[in-house]
Design a protein around this ligand. Structure first.
Ligand SMILES: [Zn+2]
Length: 218
């Protein structure tokens, strides 16, 4: 960890009420970071599902996600959940709106002190009375961390390993898949296919960050 990394880690320790993006003493976002979150993108995945991202994987949105996900800043679920909740306005169908978190590897969730996508969903639900959460997906064992894998390898890594919890399936209403980042789309496509196979059609996927190469700005 370099000097900057140590400084950032110290800021994370001492200032729980700071800007999610840069650590300035303004919560939840300082004006500069707030202005840099977004604009929303709609990265195209061949074969679906439709994807709506709060913004590109860069700037304050990316730093906020990294601090939340990798540096133990669970309190950032609230400001990140707020920007995700605002994105729902563009993807809402009939109520109730079911959020299905994309599943994390159990070992990764344990290392992070809980499932970070499910926590984001709870932060959205806390702001939106029509929103419910269905933790209908889980990962089977033997799924590798997808970092460093290309699209084909990611798809192969996930194939057949996303499992449905039939007792937690969403019922009537609108089903939205939720994840933190879309990169190749393999996770979202595998999850949507698993849900469809169990009878739940995903209307759209909502993600915080668009890390695809061809994210089209809207
Ligand atoms: Zn800031």
């Amino acid at each position: 960890m370099g000097v900057r990394g140590i400084g950032a880690a110290l800021i994370d320790l001492v200032l729980p009420g700071d800007c999610a993006g840069c650590g300035a003493p303004e919560h939840p976002w300082c004006p500069r970071c707030r202005a840099e979150v977004g604009p929303p993108t709609r990265p195209h995945l061949p074969g679906g599902p439709d994807v709506l991202a709060v913004g590109r994987y860069t700037g304050p949105l990316r730093s906020a996600l990294l601090r939340y996900k990798e540096r133990g800043r669970r309190d950032l679920a609230a400001p990140l959940g707020a920007v995700l909740a605002a994105a729902l306005d563009d993807a809402v169908g009939p109520a109730p709106v079911w959020l299905v978190p994309a599943p994390s590897r159990p070992a990764a969730a344990r290392a992070r002190g809980g499932d970070h996508v499910a926590r984001l969903c709870r932060a959205v639900a806390a702001r939106r009375p029509e929103v419910r959460i269905a933790r209908a997906l889980r990962l089977a064992r033997h799924v590798r961390d997808s970092v460093g894998l290309d699209a084909e390898q990611r798809a192969a890594n996930l194939a057949g390993r996303v499992r449905v919890r039939l007792t937690a399936m969403p019922s009537r209403g609108t089903v939205l898949l939720v994840d933190d980042v879309v990169t190749t789309g393999a996770t979202l496509q595998t999850c949507a296919a698993a849900l469809a196979g169990a009878g739940a059609e995903v209307q759209a996927a909502i993600v915080l960050c668009d890390a695809t190469g061809a994210g089209r700005r809207t």
